[in-house]
Write a protein that binds this ligand. Structure first.
Ligand code: ZN
Length: 153
């Protein structure tokens, strides 16, 4: 901001070296919402964002809009990405995703009806709950935890 150089400060953050300036580059995590979408009778919906490798599928996720509550953001993202009006069932907790410096707020949402793929998605999959499987990072861990409670394995 003031064009002076940054250096590590006493708290371990990069801070401005100018006496007159209080700038600290805190790199606060970005809040993100994510949805375990339970679809119709016995399925979940996983999505592939544009630009992801062809074998990657994940939860519906997205950033919050200005002043938007996460409860609203998660339902908006579901509608944008897969064209469904979801019903919020339960907040499932916060999961940190260190690689992206994000805190992901995970919800269980129920939805039904015809799926309409939005522009942000390359693809989506409807997977029977008995065959669904998480993966070893934030949203995948949240999915595995939910699957374990839902079906017992
Ligand atoms: Zn400065």
């Amino acid at each position: 901001m003031c064009t002076a150089t940054l250096a590590e400060n006493a708290e371990g953050y990069q801070g401005c070296t100018s006496e007159a300036c209080n700038f600290v580059h805190y790199e606060n995590p970005t809040p993100v919402v994510g949805a375990i979408v339970e679809y119709e009778e016995n399925s979940v919906i996983l999505v592939q964002n544009v630009g992801w490798p062809g074998h990657w599928y994940g939860l519906v996720t997205g950033f919050l809009e200005k002043h938007e509550h996460p409860d609203e953001a998660v339902l908006r993202e579901i509608e944008e990405e897969i064209g469904l009006k979801g019903e919020l069932i339960e907040f499932r907790g916060h999961y940190d995703f260190k690689q992206m410096n994000q805190i992901i707020m995970i919800y269980h949402v129920k939805a039904s009806g015809p799926i309409i793929k939005g522009d942000e998605l390359a693809d989506y999959k409807v997977i029977p709950i008995e065959k669904a499987k998480g993966w070893g990072a934030a949203t995948g861990i949240a999915l595995d935890k939910w699957l374990l409670e839902k079906r017992g394995y």
